[in-house]
Design a protein around this ligand. Sequence first.
Ligand code: CTP
Ligand SMILES: C[C@](O)(CO)[C@H](O)COP(=O)(O)O
Length: 243
Amino acid sequence: MTLAAVLVAAGSGTRLGRPMPKALVPLGGETILARAARALVCGCDARELSVLVVTAPPEHVAPFTDLVEALHLGVPTVVVAGRATRQGSVAAALEALEPFPAVDLVLVHDAARPGVPPEVVDRVVRALRAGHGAVVPAVAVVDTVKRVGAGDGDAEPVLETVPRLSLRAVQTPQGFDRALLERAHAAAARHAHDEAVAASDDAGLVEMLDEQVWVVAGDERSAKITTPRDLTVAELLLGREDR
Ligand SMILES: Nc1ccn([C@@H]2O[C@H](COP(=O)(O)OP(=O)(O)OP(=O)(O)O)[C@@H](O)[C@H]2O)c(=O)n1
Ligand SMILES: C[C@](O)(CO)[C@H](O)COP(=O)(O)O
């Protein structure tokens, strides 16, 4: 079985509010992109990985390429222009895999999750190799979760409390049988013009095909950097690891 990895890094980082793409924001003396790429490749075991595809904001393909090459990851790497949405960027990365017909398993990871520990990547790869066609890492939900209705301007009415025991907060890398992931993205693209077929993760597109998605244990260290507070927390955690 031949594994490829996709690192989606083409987002602008609007919610982080920095004057550069989120992937280029420094974290512990390196960029978020450098940390995420190394974490993903180390977790896979570079020897097992046949190609890494990185999506970059279209106007930053050249600097992203230089940055990734300078990491000497030991894996053939292709940097391609991302698209307007995360889903579109993953589709662009899948197209970039066309010259690699031997690839049959694909991991998709957010650059915005630079802290993913190698054991999480390993769990996803193992479950894939064991024959699960779509695998996501996830953690239990710790807060009480309520569904709400339309608010009156001051407050929103609670419709129900959702039992949380079986709820999971899903992370990346998400792993897929390549043919299944391509089928999921192709189906979403076919319907893009007549109905809203969008999912906030790739596994959601697989679910829309009525195919089974499997969950393995994620990790709090793999939290997504979305807001300035998330970046501060990530810096603090790195500082603690260094001590
Ligand atoms: N058009 C896009 C949008 C997002 N991503 C990537 O998908 C991951 C998850 O997206 P998110 O954390 O939401 O990043 P941004 O889109 O950059 O954030 P924001 O919504 O605040 O702009 C990130 O690694 C991001 O770079 C991407 O490759 N292409
Ligand atoms: C893919 C993801 O990280 C899984 O939790 C998440 O759905 C990405 O969401 P975003 O709004 O694109 O950051």
